[in-house]
Design a protein around this ligand. Structure first.
Ligand SMILES: [Zn+2]
Length: 112
């Protein structure tokens, strides 16, 4: 298992530019449509992806390590392929980000 230093927050916040880069990377890799990326306050979710191709990222994530943001981007864009969190979804997550569970758990523990 890959050990991730997730306990310390970033010295520099993740920027909108970073998010757009990650979005571009995974959009190409997964061949999903992204019409718009928005970063806004979300109360109960870290991100969402609508069937219209709108990716929304929780603003709070900007204070987290970039790897967390990347996980959320990957997770949400995967919903462009698999709408639920079933076996196929998890298999794809393991394929693209083998350490995803660790990050997922970290984020779950920080949900307000
Ligand atoms: Zn999901």
């Amino acid at each position: 298992m890959i050990y991730l230093k997730l306990t310390k927050r970033n010295m520099n916040e993740v920027t909108r530019e970073d998010i757009l880069k990650l979005c571009e990377k995974w959009r190409k890799e997964l061949k999903v449509r992204v019409k718009r990326v928005q970063i806004r306050e979300m109360r109960k979710k870290w991100g969402s992806y609508s069937s219209k191709g709108i990716l929304t990222i929780n603003k709070e994530l900007l204070k987290f390590p970039l790897k967390c943001v990347e996980y959320v981007v990957l997770h949400e864009l995967l919903h462009g392929i698999v709408p639920n969190h079933g076996r196929t979804f998890k298999t794809l997550l393991y394929t693209y980000m083998p350490e995803w569970e660790e990050i997922h758990e970290y984020l779950e523990n920080r949900k307000s």
